[in-house]
Write a protein that binds this ligand. Sequence first.
Ligand code: AHR
Length: 327
Amino acid sequence: MKKLSRTIMICLCMTMLALLFCGCEKGAGQSTEPKLLLGFSQIGAESAWRIGNTRDIEEQAEKYQISLMLENANQMQENQIAAIRRFIAYRVDVIAFSPIVEEGWDNVLLEAKNAGIPVILVDRVISTEKEGLTTCVIGADFYREGVMAAEYLIRKADSLGLEHVNIVEITGTANSTPMLQRQAGFMDTIADDGRMTVLESIDGDFLKSRGAECMRSLLASYGEEIDVVYSHNDEMTLGALPEIENAGLKPGKDMIIISIDAGQKAIDVLKEGRINCVVECTPKLGKELMETALKLKSGESVDPVIHPTETFFSDEMDPSQIAPRGY
Ligand code: AHR
């Protein structure tokens, strides 16, 4: 009996020591204290891209033990401005936001600067005359995406031996960075190709419903004259396709369809042959955002522009090789 109680005592002591040791190790290595407080104003949930971007930022914040105040602006600039003011009042360590349009941020960003809170632009940029309102931008090279779309079209026109190519463009939100840059990259690249004519550029606001409306209107104006639909995102493309089919035409065959984002749904449609080319725009910006925010908090310098590497997927390649996209 005496021997048994001594054994129990030894076991208890060892357990207590082990618990103590584990506790110390956790305290030193994996503290659950957040490393910083990050305020992030997201544009909304207009596309699979945007939803994937929000999810990625939430996941990466958790991974990096960053406490995230996330606000969804429901596609309204005034909601983003109000969110940034709340972040300032809350004294967050770093502010990040994806500006819905480029203009109109000076006042609120001056308030953040005066409060000493660094600001990171995510996905899109702003247009301003003022110096030092933001620290850096983490987002795609939208101009390059437009160039990749146009380069595909030129190769496709060559391979089909086309002499005249009539293009309609369904653009993203007016005055947003991806709209301006995807248009500029595309137009600059086709500028010297005498076969290319842009029949019309129409604002689809990055929305599926608007993509359908725009396509109906374009078909009513130009019908079978349209050779190419260049759409600034997958959502609008997915809205446009049924309209083309309702008009008795086969997208991917009677019309060349070029899209941007490369979300899973668009890749599935590419595999069906109803989209010809999808340029990648990755929403996975969360890791760079967390690492940049941590650097800013510790006073380190950061790169002014961080572009992810992007590619394109088209009917020139074997689509069965495309890995699942994750958004
Ligand atoms: O700013 C990135 C763009 O915004 C994506 O292409 C689009 O799908 C999103 O809504």
